[in-house]
Design a protein around this ligand. Structure first.
Ligand code: CAA
Length: 464
C-alpha cells in the first residue's frame, strides 16, 4: 500500500501498512516471517552472502565490527533497511496525525492520553521489538529506537511512556524471565493491554540505586514486600510493575537486591508528581504495603536484581537518547520553518548569518547524536556490549537536546518564550533527558569506568 502524495494517511491506512510491515520484520537476526512474505528479504540476504563470499575469496574479508580495545564499532553502514524505514514512516505518520496536533493541549492540561496507547498497540508499537510469538511486532531493536525517536518528535511524554513500558519492563522480562514468566507477562504488555512500570528509585536511592530500602521478607514459599518508591513513570496506569526490593537485609548495597514482577494492584499510588515538562506522561510516588507474592514473581536469581536493573538501564538509556534526539529534531524543524518565514530588517531571518550558524550547529549536533544513538542500538541488536555506547549516546543526545532546544527558542525570539509555539515545551521536555535513567554525571561515571577498565578488571563490567 502506498500513501498518496499530499494526503496524510489515516489510521486505517496505517493499520493496513502495519499488517504489510509485520509480515516482513526480523528480530535479532532471526526471521519471524509470515508465509509468502519473505522472498525479497531472502533474495537480499542471498545477495549479501554472495558479496561477502566473493570478498573473502579476494582476500578482502571485512574487518571485525568491534575493536575490543576501544569498544568502537568499525563496520559502518549508515543505511536503514526497508523494514526499518517502513516502521519509521509508520511511527512518523501516526505521530503527525494523532499525537502532534494534541501535544500542546495535553501539556497544558497535564493529561495522560491513555486511549492513545490502544491505537499504538493496534499498530504493534507497544511491543515493536518483541517477537511475534509474544504478541509483539517482531521488529529489531533499532526499529524500536526509530519508533521512540518519531513518537518523541511528536510528543516526548508519549515517547517516555512507550520507552519505560518497553525497555524497562517488557524487554527485561523477555531477557531474564523463565518461559512461564515470558508467556504469562509479556503478551499483555506487548499487545498494550497492560502498561508497564519500572520501580527502582526511592527517596533516598536515586543515583545510588543500590542503597534502596524496600524490603522483601520471606513469607511461606515467597515474600512479603513493603516499601515506598518515588518518580515512577506510568505507575498510576500500570498493569505490570517491575519492582526492586532488598531480599537480604544483611548485605548492604547492590548485592542484596532482587527483582519482582508485580501486578498493578500490588502497589498503591500515593501521588502524581508535578513536573517542569513531560506533562502528558505520568510520574508517581507509590507504596507497597505488605504485598505477598509467590516464587513465580521473582525475576532472575535471588540477590541478582541489581544486575537486572543495570542491564535494563543499559538498553533503556538508548531509548532515552532516542527521545532526546526526537525532541531536538522537532525543535530544529520548527526553528528552520520559522527562520524561513519570519522577516526582519526587510528579509527572512534565515538570510542572516547569525541564524544560519545556529541552524548549522543544530543540524550538525543532531546528526552526531543520531549516529551515537543508532550505533548503540545496533550494538545491542547484535548482542554486543553496549553499556558504554548507550551511556555516550544518552549523555550526548540529552545535553545536545537541552542546548539546541534553547537555541530554537532564541531563533523564535519573544514568540519562542510563549505558549503560542511549541519550542518552549521542547525545552522543558528536553531537560529531563539529562536526569532520568541516570543523570549525565552517572553516564560520565559509567563511561569513565569502562574506558579505564584494564584487562584484569574488565570482568567487573558484565555484559548481559
Ligand atoms: N550490567 C549488568 N550488571 C551490572 C552493570 C551492567 N551494566 N553495572 C553494574 N553491574 C553489576 C556489577 O557487576 C555488580 O554486580 P556484583 O555485585 O554481582 O558483582 C553490581 O551490579 C553492582 O555494581 P556497582 O558496584 O558498579 O554498583 P554501584 O553501586 O557502584 O552503582 C551505578 C553503579 C552506575 C552508579 C548505578 O547505581 C546507576 O546506574 N545509578 C543510576 C541509577 C539510575 O539510572 N536510575 C534510573 C531510574 S529508572 C528511570 O529513571 C526510569 C524512568 O522513569 C524514565
Amino acid at each position: 500500500m502506498r500513501v498518496q502524495a499530499g494526503r496524510r494517511p489515516g489510521l486505517n491506512d496505517l493499520g493496513a501498512r502495519r499488517e504489510e510491515l509485520c509480515g516482513r520484520l526480523v528480530v535479532a537476526g532471526v526471521e519471524l516471517l509470515a508465509p509468502g512474505s519473505n522472498d525479497a528479504l531472502r533474495r537480499r540476504r542471498r545477495r549479501a552472502a554472495a558479496r561477502q563470499e566473493s570478498r573473502e575469496q579476494d582476500g578482502k574479508r571485512e574487518p571485525e565490527p568491534q575493536d575490543p580495545a576501544t569498544n568502537i564499532t568499525r563496520r559502518m553502514d549508515f543505511d536503514l533497511t526497508p523494514e526499518q524505514r517502513g516502521i519509521q514512516a509508520l511511527a512518523r505518520d501516526f505521530g503527525a496525525e494523532k499525537i502532534e496536533p494534541n501535544a500542546a493541549e495535553w501539556d497544558r492540561e497535564h493529561r495522560f492520553p491513555r486511549e492513545l496507547f490502544g491505537d499504538l498497540a493496534e499498530l504493534g508499537l507497544m511491543g515493536a521489538c518483541v517477537p511475534e510469538e509474544y504478541g509483539g511486532a517482531g521488529a529489531d531493536f533499532l526499529s524500536y529506537i526509530l519508533v521512540l525517536e518519531e513518537l518523541s518528535r511528536a510528543d516526548a511524554g508519549v515517547g517516555v511512556t512507550v520507552a519505560v513500558h518497553t525497555s524497562a519492563v517488557t524487554l527485561p522480562i523477555l531477557t531474564f524471565g523463565t518461559d512461564e514468566q515470558r508467556s504469562r507477562f509479556v503478551p499483555p504488555l506487548a499487545r498494550g493491554e497492560h502498561l508497564g512500570s519500572f520501580a527502582l528509585t526511592e527517596a533516598e536511592a536515586g543515583s545510588d540505586a543500590g542503597s534502596l530500602r524496600t524490603r522483601a521478607e520471606p513469607e511461606g514459599d515467597g515474600w512479603r514486600i513493603t516499601g515506598a518508591k518515588q518518580w515512577i513513570t506510568n505507575a498510576r496506569y500500570a498493569g505490570t510493575v517491575l519492582l526492586f526490593a532488598r531480599t537480604d537485609p544483611e548485605t548492604p548495597g547492590a548485592r542484596g537486591v532482587s527483582a519482582f514482577i508485580l501486578d498493578g494492584d500490588h502497589v498503591r499510588v500515593t501521588r502524581d508528581e508535578e513536573k517542569l515538562g513531560l506533562n502528558s506522561s505520568i510520574t508517581n510516588d507509590l507504596v507497597v504495603e505488605g504485598a505477598v507474592v509467590e516464587r513465580d514473581r521473582l525475576l532472575y536469581e535471588e540477590g541478582k536484581g541489581f544486575r537486572v536493573a543495570m542491564a535494563t538501564l543499559d538498553g533503556g538509556r538508548i531509548g532515552i537518547a532516542a527521545q532526546a534526539l526526537g525532541i531536538a529534531q522537532a525543535a530544529f524543524d520548527a526553528a528552520r520553518g520559522y527562520a524561513l518565514e519570519r522577516r526582519q530588517f526587510g528579509k527572512r531571518i534565515a538570510d542572516f548569518q547569525a541564524i544560519q550558524w545556529k541552524l548549522a550547529d543544530m543540524a550538525t549536533e543532531i546528526d552526531a547524536a543520531r549516529l551515537l544513538v543508532y550505533r548503540a542500538a545496533e550494538l545491542k541488536q547484535r548482542g554486543e556490549p553496549h553499556t558504554e555506547a548507550g551511556a555516550k549516546a544518552k549523555l550526548f543526545a540529552s545535553e545536545m537536546a537541552r542546548r539546541q532546544t534553547a537555541e530554537a527558542i532564541q531563533i523564535f525570539g519573544g514568540y519562542g518564550y510563549t505558549k503560542e509555539f511549541p519550542v518552549e515545551r521542547y525545552y522543558r521536555d528536553a531537560k529531563i533527558t539529562e536526569i532520568y535513567e541516570g543523570t549525565s554525571e552517572i553516564q560520565r561515571l559509567v563511561i569513565a569506568r569502562s574506558i579505564l577498565a584494564t584487562a584484569e578488571n574488565a570482568a567487573h563490567f558484565p555484559r548481559v
